[in-house]
Design a protein around this ligand. Structure first.
Ligand SMILES: Cc1ncc(C[n+]2csc(CCOP(=O)(O)OP(=O)(O)O)c2C)c(N)n1
Length: 633
């Protein structure tokens, strides 16, 4: 472990406020080193954090966020902020159970205002706090929102910006423009930012200042503000900036790694009592060649090895994501009607492999889940077979589109929900714990889960042919385990698959927990219990024939799912039995409890939720009436 003399001396942001620009520069170098060292061990967001080190220090140098407000968009770039707000000592437990979250987390610090993880929220919450503080007579609290260039074009950000101009008070939106999303940014606005970067830096500054003074472009508001600014800031007024039309005074782009310039500009704009957008140009992954040259791979890497200035990624086992991408490619080769869409997550969903193969039929639309879903609806309407590939947690952004444009029209959009269930280190902000509950109420929706690669492929093959309405398939953030069966039977609508027989109790597991159920069964067999395990496959429709048979034989049923216990698969089973007039008291449900599960390993999280083999075995013992081992034979 290296030593970090400057960083170790930072007890709170007050120390940062006291530092000179040169001292801040030394601190920045140490912070980069510390973040990289830690992420190489634990994994986490790297390139986004390396890019905002100076910007974060300058913000803490100029503002006092024990009183002022700092809101992060996404929040994956908050590590430097955590380091200077008294959490350097917890860096060693980044993303670990009972350690430091990788996202802003109010449980950890008063400097973190919201737990965030989804894009597009900072402008709106900042406007809300600005209005709230003003109404409560605390309008002297300055409010800052830090937003990336790909998140600011998200629909929600746009809604916020559209409203920001109506705020008659200070609000600073810092646009952290690194020219990147996780991968390449998408769409017209990314080209616009490219243009602004080139145009504004090199324009004749005097000429611009004169133009503004003459009021030719920016109008009264900027003129008023203009008279209060110093010369460099005047010159940096980006009077043709798009966001000026939203009623924001726009300044920049400025160099986001020049601490002197940053501090100077922030001091000036902090005094403007109007909404301001400060456009800051940063380099994603700054500080190390391997991160700066490959910011996508180092956006959120798994642990890696660094030697001699180079980094070597440790390649992991095959994931459900990779299995999905390969299956999708096969389907697209086979069927020209299959099209695929991701909303800003090509690498996370495996579509980075698919898009180059089928550039005409596979699309990244940027961080725009609602648009992605409606675009799929439009394509389905023309007779195509769209596969909307979205993390379960981000699909929540598009529930209304699934309702109106997809389900209500009966359109066969296929939703492929990666990271369904507990997600490990990203923690509460990213768990995919609600998709079944959210989608179950839509008429004609078909819901499926995969537990290994053959079931993933079988489910996809089934979905591909399902043109009668929408469908969704969930799969976890996991490596694909060895196939459960030598030959996996094809999916049939609403049919579960018996994996192991037994008469004492039947476990109906939805998706990945099947593996835990089988392990629990093996453990209990040694205690003399005979437990059947079914891969439930469908949460909608559930296997009524199976449920009827079990109810009539008075076999206790235990449902298990990596999803909230309320409203999920187990609830569907209860409701189906109840609707049939069958006994429901012998149905027991395991799923995620009604409280938040924070960052940690997926193994620990599943244990905490009681859906791992130990939790399942315990529940079966409880149901069958004894916790002590039965004597075999
Ligand atoms: C609603 C939503 N969709 C997708 C994501 C996944 N995601 C996390 S960071 C990121 C890229 C953000 O780009 P930008 O805001 O420019 O920040 P940068 O990483 O470049 O610093 C994406 C797509 C998310 N967090 N929220």
């Amino acid at each position: 472990m290296k030593t970090y003399p400057s960083l170790e001396n930072i007890a709170s942001p007050a120390d940062v406020r006291r530092m000179s620009i040169a001292e801040l520069g030394e601190l920045a170098a140490e912070m980069r080193q510390a973040i990289c060292e830690q992420v190489s061990v634990s994994g986490g967001h790297l390139a986004p954090n390396l890019g905002v080190v100076e910007l974060t220090l300058a913000l803490h140098h100029v503002f006092d966020f024990s009183h002022d407000r700092l809101l992060f968009d996404v929040g994956h770039q908050c590590y430097p902020h955590k380091l200077v707000t008294g959490r350097f000592a917890s860096l060693g437990k980044l993303r670990q159970r009972d350690g430091m979250s990788g996202f802003p987390e109010p449980r950890e610090s008063e400097y973190d205002l919201f737990s965030v993880g989804h894009a597009g929220t900072a402008v709106s919450t900042a406007i809300g706090m600005a209005r709230g503080d003003m109404l409560r007579g605390e309008g002297d609290r300055r409010v800052v929102a830090l937003v990336g260039d790909s998140s600011i074009v998200n629909g929600l950000s746009m809604e916020g910006l559209n409203n920001a101009g109506t705020l008659g008070r200070q609000l600073l939106v810092v646009l952290n423009d690194n020219g990147m999303s996780i991968g390449l940014p998408q769409g017209a606005l990314s080209h616009y930012f490219d243009k602004v970067r080139v145009d504004h830096r090199f324009i004749d500054l005097k000429h611009r200042a004169r133009e503004i003074l003459e009021g030719r472009t920016a109008g009264k508001l900027v003129e008023e503000v203009y008279h209060r600014l110093g010369d460099t800031t005047k010159a940096a007024l980006a009077h043709t900036h798009l966001f000026e039309h939203f009623g924001l005074v726009c300044i920049g782009p400025i160099d986001g790694h020049d601490l002197g310039e940053l501090v100077h500009m922030l001091e000036e704009v902090s005094r403007i009592d109007r909404p301001v957008l400060l456009h800051v140009k940063t380099q994603k992954g700054r500080g190390f060649d391997f991160t700066a040259e490959n910011p996508t791979a180092f956006h959120s890497p798994k642990p890696f090895r660094v030697s001699g200035g180079n980094a070597e990624m440790i390649s992991g086992p095959r994931s459900f994501t990779s299995a999905y991408a390969d299956a999708l490619i096969d389907m697209m080769e086979d069927d020209e009607r299959v099209v695929a869409v991701t909303a800003g997550m090509p690498d996370g969903t495996g579509l980075d492999k698919v898009i180059p193969r089928f550039p005409e039929r596979a699309f990244d639309v940027g961080i725009a889940e609602s648009h992605a879903v409606d675009m799929c609806a439009g394509m389905a309407k023309t007779g195509l077979r769209p596969f909307a590939t979205i993390y379960s947690t981000f699909l929540q952004r598009a529930v209304d589109q699934i309702f109106q444009e997809v389900a209500l029209q009966g359109l066969p959009v296929r939703f492929c929900l990666d990271r369904a269930g507990l997600v490990g280190g990203d923690g509460a902000v990213h768990h995919g714990f609600l998709d079944v509950a959210l989608l179950r109420g839509f008429p004609k929706m078909t819901l499926m889960a995969a537990c290994d690669e053959p079931t993933l492929r079988a489910a996809l093959a089934f979905m591909r042919e399902l043109d009668s309405g929408p469908s969704a398939l969930r799969y976890p953030r996991e490596e694909v385990p060895a196939p459960l069966e030598d030959e996996t039977p094809p999916f049939e609508l609403g049919r579960a698959n018996l994996l192991a027989d037994g008469g004492d109790l039947a476990v109906l597991a939805y998706g990945f927990p099947v593996h835990h159920a089988l392990a629990a069964r093996a453990e209990l067999a040694e205690e003399g219990y005979e437990v059947a395990v079914y891969d439930a496959r469908f949460a909608k429709p559930v296997d009524l024939a199976l449920l009827r048979g079990l109810a009539e034989a008075r076999t206790p049923i235990l449902t298990v799912e990596d999803h909230h216990r309320d409203g999920g698969f187990g609830t569907a089973v209860l409701e189906a039995l109840n609707d049939e007039g069958l006994e429901t008291s012998a149905v027991h449900r395991l799923g995620l409890p009604d409280r938040w599960i924070y960052q940690g390993s997926r193994t620990d999280q599943q244990h905490e939720a009681g859906i791992d083999s130990a939790g399942i075995a315990d529940e079966i013992r409880r149901v069958l009436g004894t916790r002590t081992a039965r004597v075999v034979g």
